[in-house]
Design a protein around this ligand. Structure first.
Ligand code: PEP
Ligand code: MN
Length: 346
């Protein structure tokens, strides 16, 4: 990793460092932070001669070599001071709430628009809404590209950014062209490396934030963080990790709640952690407890399914979505736990 003395290298300086590293079979990838750009050396960066030549350049502050499978996402990386902002919140500085429907119903757009307004009033910072849905059963509603209009209408109506899941390059392009500010990688695609690469490439020059869910079968912490590294390696470090429950172990919960992974993630990566209690427990009445537990474990935010009239929802909403009133109560309590944890740390 090359850390320049100034906030970024000039084109001439980039050309010079590129020429040096290419002699050693490496290339340079700029990682654009809010203030400062740093430069990852892609390839085997262990050659002492290459490092010495780079360190000898007057405009280079230092070269960091992190021996980690996820050198950008690692807690010891120079990106650890990178702050991710969306919807008026900076992750880590205040509790971030993503809320809204599982699935947008294109036949009843008003439900989604009403939900968007209601979750904003309840305290959400980002509106979520599924345009395309990964459904286990191929005969159930799979989403509809037309819902992207409804999603963006909700963004205009509330003035809040929106989050939606993309599962392939076509959907990715539609979402980016429409101006979606947060892209979700779902649990089923969390280890789809081609998709992770496509998203990394597509968001490289944008301020888009990626919400990366934990896969149902994702075992180790490294596997989760390395999936984020795939995206970051293209230059956009705005990645938020989202535990959402793993393969079910208890009769009663849809998945095995995994909010307790939060402190372990935080030991290894600087990436913010936003827990999704809705897909973890899979039932609206269990969601508040799981949400509060997540904040107690140190999560930076929550991603919660909510609907103005859950029984009229589609996809997961009839079972999982909380009402705006429950959402507001959960957010208020989560803020209290968040404040307790943060005053303790201060
Ligand atoms: C969703 O967010 O509605 C969803 C399908 O999520 P997951 O990928 O976690 O199942
Ligand atoms: Mn859902």
């Amino acid at each position: 990793m090359i850390l320049p003395k100034s906030n970024r290298l000039t084109p001439e300086q980039i050309a010079e460092v590129t020429a040096i590293v290419s002699e050693f079979g490496c290339s340079i990838q700029p990682i654009v932070g809010a203030v400062r750009t740093i430069y990852a050396i892609v390839g085997d960066e262990r050659d002492e001669l290459m490092i010495n030549r780079l360190e000898g350049l007057t405009y280079v502050e230092r070269i960091d070599r992190i021996q980690s499978p996820f050198k950008l996402m690692d807690r010891r990386s120079d990106l650890s001071s990178h702050r991710i902002k969306i919807g008026g919140v900076t992750f880590g500085e205040e509790l971030a709430i993503i809320a809204g429907q599982c699935t947008i119903d294109p036949k009843n757009p008003n439900y989604f628009l009403d939900t968007a307004v209601a979750v904003k009033e309840a305290g959400a910072n980002v509106i979520r809404g599924g345009v395309w849905k990964p459904r286990t059963n191929p005969y159930t509603f799979q989403g509809d590209s037309k819902s992207i209009e409804i999603l963006m209408e909700a963004s205009r109506l509330t003035g809040l950014p929106v989050d939606t899941e993309v599962m392939d390059e076509e959907q990715l392009q539609v979402a980016l062209d429409a101006g979606v500010q947060m892209l979700q990688v779902g649990a089923r695609n969390a280890l789809n490396y081609s998709l992770l690469r496509s998203i990394g490439r597509a968001v490289a020059k944008r301020s888009t934030v990626v919400l990366l869910k934990r896969s149902l079968h994702m075992g180790s912490l490294s596997e989760f963080i390395s999936a984020a590294e795939y995206i970051a390696a293209f230059g956009n470090p705005n990645i938020v990790l989202c535990p959402r429950g793993t393969a079910p172990a208890l009769d009663g919960y849809r998945n095995q709640p995994d909010e307790s992974i939060t402190p372990l993630l935080k030991e290894k990566t600087w990436a913010p952690v936003v827990v999704d209690p809705s897909h973890s427990v899979g039932k609206a009445s269990y969601v508040p407890a799981c949400a509060l537990a997540a904040i107690a474990y140190g999560a930076d935010g929550l991603c919660i399914e909510a609907h103005v009239e859950p029984s009229h929802g589609i996809g997961d909403d009839p079972k999982q979505a909380v009402t705006p009133a429950v959402l507001a109560e959960t957010i208020a309590q989560a803020r209290q736990i968040w404040a307790l944890r943060h005053s303790e740390v201060a």
